[in-house]
Write a new protein. Structure first.
Length: 385
């Protein structure tokens, strides 16, 4: 088996799938990447491609990723499992090289012997691999229908909500991100009990499929990178226990989190009667500066609204105090409410609008932050005693 790759393309693909490889595991083979080369005419669904295709596969038994690379030159077919981190380190050093040569052979028997040779420039490595037949596969068992969406759009959607997912394992359903597809709309939402972030976008759904599930944060974090590298259209399918993303460059399969996700629609306030409009960048600046005068034990910033302005105040013992003011489009009674500044900053940083609208009711009810087109965050206030 003799193969030739562009150094940068090989490193980008290998580095991408390496991020799924677990740092420690009972099964040693899981710390490797399955490196497989097949004739493209045999593997391509449309049978129109020619030449060879290399497929890199990695899994932690919850998420499985396949990523395909074109091969500049090839002789033969086969597969081997290569140590992910060790090979990735080598390829990183050769990323700028025009050509990286890969060859491997597998001697079958009671104990197969697998060796790989990497060459580039004047460098050469011989690396011990593992038998690819021992590498686990996650079968796609129950995903029936698919919708299509631009990979960049879904990557952006994930980035707008993932900060709100819970990190407390005791609340496992809230540790994931809810994905719902209905008609021509995809909704992505995350919550941790103190806040909710949600965004909607349009999808191509000619089959009219309706599906939903709770995806893991690890899967969706990886998908952001995968969609950036793959570019183009992603096919998305959700089954009873799996979520599947497919592009021309590969696929990502992940187990869903079992359980019923809370009805996020019920959390979104409908009767907040106070409306405030502010410039996003100005609000980010003053919230961040006010957070300088908070402490780990008292991470609170007070928002005080008066006609035409918003004043932020913070104070912590043995730290100091701050008072900052910005213009605000607000008409109504004087009003005060307190928030965790980190929650507010997380919502503002992913906003793609120059202005942010806050809808409020009283100092003990959830506040609604409209941060972009079909994008919102709900944040519970902190009640001062």
């Amino acid at each position: 088996m003799n193969l030739s790759f562009n150094g940068n393309e090989l490193y980008k693909g290998f580095n991408l799938v390496t991020s799924i490889v677990p740092s420690s595991t009972i099964k040693h083979v899981l710390q490797g990447i399955r490196f497989e080369v097949r004739n493209a005419v045999e593997t391509a669904p449309d049978k129109q491609q020619s030449g060879a295709v290399c497929t890199l596969t990695a899994t932690d038994l919850e998420v499985l990723v396949k990523y395909t690379l074109s091969v500049k030159e090839s002789v033969g077919e086969g597969s081997i499992v290569l140590p992910a981190v060790r090979v990735n380190n080598i390829l990183r050093e050769w990323a700028g090289n025009e050509e990286v040569l890969v060859s491997f052979d597998v001697e079958t028997g009671l104990k197969p012997v697998c060796n790989c040779i990497l060459k580039s420039g004047k460098g050469r490595f011989r690396i011990a691999g593992e038998d690819s037949s021992q590498f686990p596969v996650i079968p796609v068992a129950d995903v029936k229908g698919f919708v299509e969406i631009d990979g960049g759009i879904i990557g952006d959607m994930i980035g707008k909500v993932i900060h709100a997912a819970s990190t407390m394992r005791a609340r496992s359903t809230l540790c994931g991100v809810f994905v719902k597809i209905d008609n021509e709309e995809i909704v992505v939402a995350a919550a941790d009990g103190n806040r909710l972030s949600m965004v909607k976008r349009k999808v191509e759904n000619p089959g009219g499929v309706s599906m939903s599930g709770i995806a893991t944060v690890k899967c969706l974090t990886f998908l952001q990178r995968f969609s950036s590298e793959s570019k183009g259209i992603l096919k998305v399918g959700i089954g009873e226990s799996q979520i599947l993303f497919m592009s021309e460059r590969g696929e990502v399969v992940s187990q869903l989190i079992d359980g019923q996700y809370p009805k996020y629609e019920d959390v979104i306030p409908k009767d907040n009667d106070k409306r405030v409009e502010v410039k996003r960048d100005e609000l980010i600046t003053v919230v961040r500066m006010a957070s300088f005068m908070t402490s780990e034990g008292y991470n609170v910033v007070k928002f005080a609204f008066k006609d035409g302005r918003l004043t932020l105040m913070s104070k912590a013992a043995e730290v100091g105090e701050a008072e900052l003011e910005i213009d605000a489009n607000y008409k109504g009674p004087d009003f005060e409410i307190c928030f965790n500044p980190e929650y507010v900053l997380d919502a503002l940083k992913v906003s793609d609008s120059e202005t942010v609208v806050m809808e409020l009711k009283d100092n003990s009810s959830a506040a609604l932050f409209r941060t972009g087109h079909e994008q919102l965050s709900v944040i519970m206030p902190i009640e001062l005693k």
